[in-house]
Design a protein around this ligand. Structure first.
Ligand SMILES: Cc1cc2nc3c(=O)[nH]c(=O)nc-3n(C[C@H](O)[C@H](O)[C@H](O)COP(=O)(O)OP(=O)(O)OC[C@H]3O[C@@H](n4cnc5c(N)ncnc54)[C@H](O)[C@@H]3O)c2cc1C
Length: 476
């Protein structure tokens, strides 16, 4: 039990004893604890409660309420908008709470609220089980699940939030509830895609799936061939088996250290199109499953083979290191016709930083099969997702990279599908969240918010406002 009071920066109120650590500016560990993945967000909370228990979360909330401090919540600290941390606020940091228990017979995992995706994989792999999550293993499970959770396995089994069976939640008033299909059912519905609005989740109970053999094949095309290869990708996407997920990226080849040893030297440092096909079906059919795509236009380089689920899940980690500067914009697309391919290739040619990328994926499959009313997650029918992800290192390059990102997503406006993915919203107008969910779903979420956080204590997120916040004041 540790409580730092720090003589030089003595708080006005005495901080409660904790199972974890209480940090104030100037305390050892404060500078590290306030950092998030995106180096753009250099914020200084007034207090950081590094929680080790549910009781710590409650202590942090109570202290913030008494001191009148705004509250932020950190899971993995990976949100591109940096919502986990704010100046002069109380940061409730769950990152010390990374335990996972697996019940192999029930095919269930119970993961604490500060887990990273990799923590879950490490715990489930020995049991031959997996949970579909995102594609970078250092992302936080909490933020990803609460906003949805796309990944390699989504077309086969759905989103991470579709695997959320129950959640232990510390509500804004400090009470603790377990949201299940039976109790607090509406809260569980909202936690499946409605974001971090409704309480602080200290434990996620997740359904697991049997791990299947994984085969990955990556092909790289020169920029001159990109438009033709993209046209083949578009034609191929509509026929995909749910066992096959194909993701595309326009980026500079071989940029992220010595990882792509198979890449010929003449491609390195040049703009290129990557298509990566991951097969989860019968192992003997892996090559045949993606062959129509890759045979249509021979790539300049390719690689492939079987790999473990864990290696698949962490295979892209090195491409998004902590502390670099990031700006991301995402759109769903109805289609990627030839003119959209021209626009994407032109964006690549104009890309100011060689660390950036333009990514796209065909979705559907099990994502679209989940009944719409089962979760708050919207836009399940969106065919494609398009993400422009700028990454650079120097603050002097901020303006150029942000402008490039904006311009690159806007180029695809003519094929834009309604809504958006809440986990990638950054720098949007306040009403964007309502647009993402649509009016009816937003109203239902606002009613849940009214029940569980009527004073909008948890508002450093993609905020759902309680119903009463939008009601006109009664006449005096
Ligand atoms: C490198 C990278 C790769 C990504 N890949 C994918 C991907 O493959 N698929 C995908 O779907 N998304 C992906 N994302 C987006 C990701 O889902 C979101 O950024 C998500 O918010 C990250 O969760 P976190 O816990 O790390 O967030 P944090 O930054 O820790 O928190 C963000 C917000 O989540 C809420 N929150 C966090 N923890 C809790 C909690 N325990 N209880 C209640 N609310 C909480 C809070 O509102 C907080 O403001 C990726 C992001 C990055 C940076």
């Amino acid at each position: 039990m540790t409580a730092h009071t720090g003589r030089a920066t003595r708080p006005r109120r005495s901080v409660p004893a904790l199972d974890g650590t209480w940090l104030r500016p100037g305390n050892p560990g404060y500078e590290q604890a306030r950092r998030v993945w995106n180096g753009m967000h250099d914020r200084r909370p007034a207090h950081i409660v590094r929680c080790r228990s549910v009781a710590d979360v409650r202590r942090g909330l109570r202290f913030a309420a008494e001191a009148g401090l705004p509250v932020t919540v950190r899971g993995g600290g990976h949100n591109v908008a940096g919502t986990a941390v704010a100046d002069d606020a109380m940061l409730i940091d769950l990152s010390p709470m990374r335990g996972v228990e697996v019940d192999p017979a029930a095919r269930i995992a119970r993961a604490q609220g500060g887990c990273l995706l990799g923590d879950l994989d490490v715990a489930t792999e020995p049991h031959g089980l997996v949970c579909p999550t995102g594609i970078i293993s250092r992302t936080g499970l909490a933020g990803l699940t609460l906003g949805g959770g796309y990944g390699w396995l989504s077309r086969r089994w759905g989103l991470t939030c579709d695997h959320l069976l129950a959640a232990q939640v510390v509500l804004a008033d400090g009470s603790v509830v377990e949201a299940t299909e039976r109790d607090h059912h509406e809260l569980l519905w909202a936690l499946r895609g409605g974001g971090g609005n409704f309480g602080i989740v200290t434990r996620f109970t997740l359904r697991l799936r049997p791990a299947v053999p994984v085969h990955r094949r990556t092909a790289v095309y020169e920029l001159a061939d990109a438009e033709t290869a993209l046209a083949h990708y578009r034609a191929f996407s509509g026929e995909l088996s749910a066992d096959l997920h194909v993701a595309g990226a326009l980026k500079v080849a071989g940029q992220y250290g010595g990882h792509e040893t198979w890449l010929p030297d003449e491609l390195r440092g040049r703009p290129a199109l990557y298509l990566t096909a991951v097969w989860f079906g019968a192992p003997g059919r892996a090559e045949a499953a993606s062959e129509p795509l890759f045979a249509a236009l021979r790539p300049a380089a390719s690689t492939g083979g079987e790999l473990s689920h864990r290696r698949l899940q962490s295979g892209g980690d090195h491409e998004r290191p902590d502390g670099n500067r990031y700006f991301t914009k995402t759109r769903y697309l109805t289609d990627i016709p030839p003119q959209a391919n021209v626009e994407m290739a032109d964006s690549l040619a104009a890309m100011p930083s060689p660390l950036s990328s333009i990514n796209f994926e065909y979705l559907r499959g099990a994502i679209a099969d989940v009944p719409d009313e089962d979760s708050a997650f919207p836009n399940r029918d969106a065919p494609f997702i398009h993400t422009v992800s700028a990454q650079w290192t120097g603050p002097q390059e901020d303006a150029g990279n942000i402008a490039w990102t904006r311009r690159s997503v806007e180029r695809l406006d003519p094929w834009s599908h309604t809504g958006g993915y809440v986990n990638y919203l950054v720098d949007e107008p306040a009403d964007k969240v309502r647009e993402v969910y649509g009016d009816a779903r937003y109203r239902r979420l606002a009613a849940v918010k009214e029940t569980y956080d009527p004073h909008n204590v948890l508002h450093h997120n993609q905020n759902i406002r309680p119903v009463t916040a939008d009601r006109p004041a009664p006449p005096a």
